[in-house]
Design a protein around this ligand. Structure first.
Ligand SMILES: Nc1nc2c(ncn2[C@@H]2O[C@H](COP(=O)(O)OP(=O)(O)OP(=O)(O)O)[C@@H](O)[C@H]2O)c(=O)[nH]1
Ligand SMILES: [Mg+2]
Length: 342
């Protein structure tokens, strides 16, 4: 199950209490204090892990507690530390305070760790209170409570290029031809229900990651179709490839389709609609003699100064120049620096 938004409650472990104890040995008449410290409570730690792809674990485990520290013991023995609870999260997870929405951490690489709730410190044992004038202390310190946190975890996939377009336009077909991703492809709208990622090998150029998300229709921002919630997953991309179905069988006008998708992008986030865009007119194999549907969208792309490619995803025709354009655009934006992403 693909889950990309959850709320969790974390409870770090309590520290163990300090111990009050005095040495009692057969040949030592008045042994000194020897109560050890309590062990520290375990912390709750998130760790980004490239082999985890969803937040579904947390849907079933919304309350997570780390172990308490053990109390100190006689003989100056410190109590055992509470085990840390390490929770793998997918790369791309954004951690926020559930109440305020404040951003706490953004996992952008595998292997990053965030101590989200710190374990309580163990209390001091009586041995540590002994001084020259206070030789039989009975003081001790209770362990401190562990931190409690209510957090929201949100997954925003990390990809360089996002595919957008109407349902059935051929986005999944395209990603399946240019990467090793094997999403479900079928001749009906809303085949893709959750995002897919694929790594594209661009030959001499740097390889990059493409995200295929469910299709958009008019009113997606109002919840039509699958709505616009998956757009979150292309927020981090630097380039969008707008896949437009130019075959006569849609019964729609490709130029209108283009405008509808642009409006939905803008309703979600104006910055997304301004992102660098490449237009891919798909299914040209179905065009026949009448090329007007293709020329219409081609002109629109020219007007908007967007690179344009006519492709047949299913026949893998025209894909090489498209992939090269994606790689080159990414390389150019990278040169421009991080300011490229707005
Ligand atoms: N003739 C032809 N058919 C294509 C082409 N590309 C995709 N198709 C077909 O179009 C249908 C939809 O393709 P998908 O790749 O599932 O479309 P999608 O954009 O991912 O659709 P959603 O996941 O529903 O948003 C499938 O039946 C594909 O085989 C193409 O270039 N030519
Ligand atoms: Mg699809």
């Amino acid at each position: 199950m693909f889950v990309d938004q959850v709320q969790v409650k974390l409870k770090a472990g309590r520290g163990g209490d300090g111990c009050v104890s005095f040495r009692r040995e057969a040949k030592v008449p008045r042994g000194g204090p020897d109560g050890g410290h309590g062990g520290n409570g375990g912390s709750v730690v998130f760790v980004s892990d490239a082999s985890v792809h969803s937040l579904s674990y947390f849907r079933f485990h919304p309350l997570l507690r780390a172990r308490n520290g053990a109390p100190g013991e006689g003989g100056n023995r410190t109590g055992a530390r509470g085990a840390e609870m390490r929770l793998p999260v997918p790369v791309g997870t954004v951690v926020k305070d559930a109440a305020t929405g404040d951003l706490l951490f953004d996992f952008v690489r595998p292997g990053q760790a965030l101590t989200a709730a710190k374990g309580g410190k163990g209390g001091r044992g009586n041995a540590s209170y002994a001084t020259a004038t206070h030789q039989a202390p009975r003081e001790w310190e209770p362990g401190r409570p562990g931190e409690e946190k209510e957090l929201s975890l949100e997954l925003k996939l990390i990809a360089d290029v996002g595919l957008v377009g109407f349902p059935n336009a051929g986005k999944s077909t395209l990603i399946s031809k240019i990467s090793a991703a094997r999403p479900l492809i079928a001749d009906y709208p809303f085949t893709t229900l959750t995002p897919n990622l694929g790594v594209v090998d661009a030959g001499a150029m740097k390889s990059f990651i493409v995200a295929d998300i469910p299709g958009l229709i008019e009113g997606a921002h109002l919840g039509q179709g699958l709505g616009d919630r998956f757009l979150r997953h292309i927020e981090r991309t630097r380039v969008l490839v707008h896949v437009v179905d130019v075959s006569p069988y849609t019964g729609r006008d490709p130029v209108q389709d283009f405008d509808v998708v642009m409006r939905e992008l803008a309703s979600f986030d104006a910055r997304l609609a301004r992102r660098t865009m490449i237009v891919a007119a798909n299914k040209v194999d179905l065009l026949g003699r009448d090329k007007s549907r293709l020329t219409g969208i081609k002109r629109l792309a020219a007007r908007r100064k967007m690179p344009f490619f006519a492709i047949s995803a299913i026949k893998a025709e025209g894909l090489k120049p498209l992939v090269r354009a994606m790689a080159e655009t990414l390389a150019r934006l990278e040169e421009d620096g991080p300011g490229g992403v707005s």
